[in-house]
Design a protein around this ligand. Structure first.
Ligand SMILES: C=C(O[C@H]1C=CC=C(C(=O)O)[C@@H]1O)C(=O)O
Length: 474
């Protein structure tokens, strides 16, 4: 898939030079027909700035934002402010989202900086787990935005892109002043300090006896349905609400997640009203670069041990445990089948262990070349929700989830990510996550239930997964 990008306007127009920028935008505005709106994307080099330090210094947590760290690609992304956005729900949400993205990319004119660099702007997407859910949720069912400001840091550089939407009514003086002030604030940002280490809650949170009883009942009833062969797998989750006694600082949370789970995909998704959905997800729904697709089958879990030998033993037991292997195989089979249904030829790597700070998983990586006519969002639609977070068959598992879970998943286990105009895309699955609202945190975790699952062990696994976030929150 490649969307036709308008001819690159090679005019290097520095955002730092207000009078040149003002003259340039004014000239462009004069050329607009009445009612016409144009989109430009300007690129600037930021040198060695850490996007997380920008997040903290500019208090991005209260704005609509996406923050993501990708350990495989060594890439950190911060995007905030809205240039264009779309809010949708229902079963056609992925197709409507695709139209929105194509329309934005078609209209967007990229303008490089003085060094001839231009950073492609991304469209950021947050799709809730279910295609319809209550309006009371803090996050829209499906929300896409082309950010006003995007900062992308790789090992080579840190580039900022500023998206400007212009019509004949835009006040260019105000706009240029705002850009100048923001840019100098960003350039002044100092590196973040890494000393936010003290958790306020001394003891790990536990589920209450009532919550454990509810979860055990749901697991037992799922096992009955599995025994009756209505389904072969379901992933049941719980939400744990905690009051931390003071307002969260999302940048500090991300800082600690970075220290503890640097090998995971860190993320924060903000709704602009003070709610942030944050996490350290080990699971990639898709990574798509230069028409090469990578996706992860990740399911089957065991704790880590403090000593090397004990840990290796737990890993070996996990690799040979028939119940854990069944859980994993359900995800692998589903992903391969869904990709083949799109006409792809996926290749699965050998089964491996993915060892994270507090837990280890069974992991198989799947790769496939992707023909250009398949849009990244068509892939998201095809793959979500995988049996790592829903079950097999999907519709029956979803029905069971709705009947047994007492909270709305909203963004938990949902696809979050971005796409660009060249068909590149990254989506993670929003697990090992928490919803932060003022001083309250809702932590989420789930576990796959298959024939042979032991309700007590599944509850213990969920409690272990809940630990991922609570330590990093304050
Ligand atoms: C649903 C979650 O994890 C999934 C991903 C990896 C391993 C899983 C498992 O072993 O059950 C789950 O399928 C969660 O962390 O909330």
């Amino acid at each position: 898939m490649s969307v036709a990008t308008p001819l690159l306007d090679r005019h290097p127009c520095s955002l730092d030079n207000s009078s040149v920028l003002h003259g340039y935008l004014l000239g462009q505005q004069r050329g607009l027909a009445p009612g016409q709106r144009c989109l430009w994307s300007f690129t600037e080099n930021l040198g060695k700035i850490d996007p997380l330090a920008v997040f903290g210094a500019l208090n991005v947590q209260d704005q609509v934002h996406f923050y993501g760290e990708n350990p495989q690609r060594g890439e950190t992304i911060l995007a905030f402010g809205i240039c264009q956005s779309l809010r949708i729900s229902g079963k056609y949400r992925f197709r409507l989202a695709q139209q929105f993205a194509e329309d934005c990319f078609q209209r967007l004119v990229p303008i490089g900086n003085a060094q001839g660099r231009s950073q492609r702007p991304y469209i950021f997407c947050g799709f809730s787990f279910f295609d319809r859910s209550s309006n009371r949720n803090p996050f829209a069912n499906s929300f896409l935005f082309l950010p006003q400001i995007q900062v992308v840091k790789t090992s080579q550089h840190c580039l900022l892109s500023w998206q400007v939407s212009l019509d004949s009514n835009t006040d260019i003086i105000d706009l240029v002043d705002f850009i100048g002030a923001m840019l100098s604030a960003i350039r002044r940002v100092q590196p973040a300090r890494d000393n936010h280490t003290a958790p306020m809650l001394a003891r790990a949170p536990r589920l209450t006896a009532i919550e454990v009883a509810k979860l055990s009942t749901a697991i037992a009833s799922s096992l009955e349905e599995i025994a009756q062969q209505r389904l072969s797998k379901v992933v049941l989750a719980t939400a744990l609400d905690l009051d931390y006694g003071c307002r969260f600082n999302t940048a500090h949370c991300l800082q600690r997640l970075r220290q503890q789970y640097g090998d995971c995909h860190l993320f924060s998704w903000g709704n602009g009203q003070g709610d942030c959905f944050v996490g350290a997800s080990p699971e990639r729904l898709l990574s798509l670069h230069n028409q090469q697709l990578v996706t992860d089958a990740l399911a089957g879990s065991a704790p880590r041990a403090a000593d090397v030998q004990g840990d290796r033993q737990l890993g070996q037991q996990l690799l040979h445990n028939p119940k854990e292997l069944r859980e994993h195989q359900a995800v692998l089979d589903y992903l391969l089948q869904r990709l083949r249904a799109l006409g792809l030829s996926p290749q699965a790597s050998s089964l491996k262990l993915l060892k994270l700070a507090n837990i280890q998983h069974l992991w198989t990586q799947i790769q496939a070349p992707l023909p250009p006519h398949i849009h990244p969002l068509a892939l998201v639609e095809q793959l979500h929700p995988t049996p790592a977070v829903a079950g097999v068959p999907v519709a029956i598992a979803e029905d069971l989830i709705r009947r047994h879970e007492t909270f709305d998943r909203n963004l938990y286990a949902a696809p979050l990510g971005w796409l660009d105009s060249e068909g590149n895309s990254e989506f993670i699955v929003g697990i090992r996550s928490a919803l932060l609202s003022r001083n309250r945190a809702r932590l989420y975790a789930g576990a796959g239930i298959v024939a042979g699952s032991d309700p007590l062990k599944e509850v213990a696994e969920i409690e272990l997964k809940l630990q991922t976030l609570w330590r990093s929150l304050i």
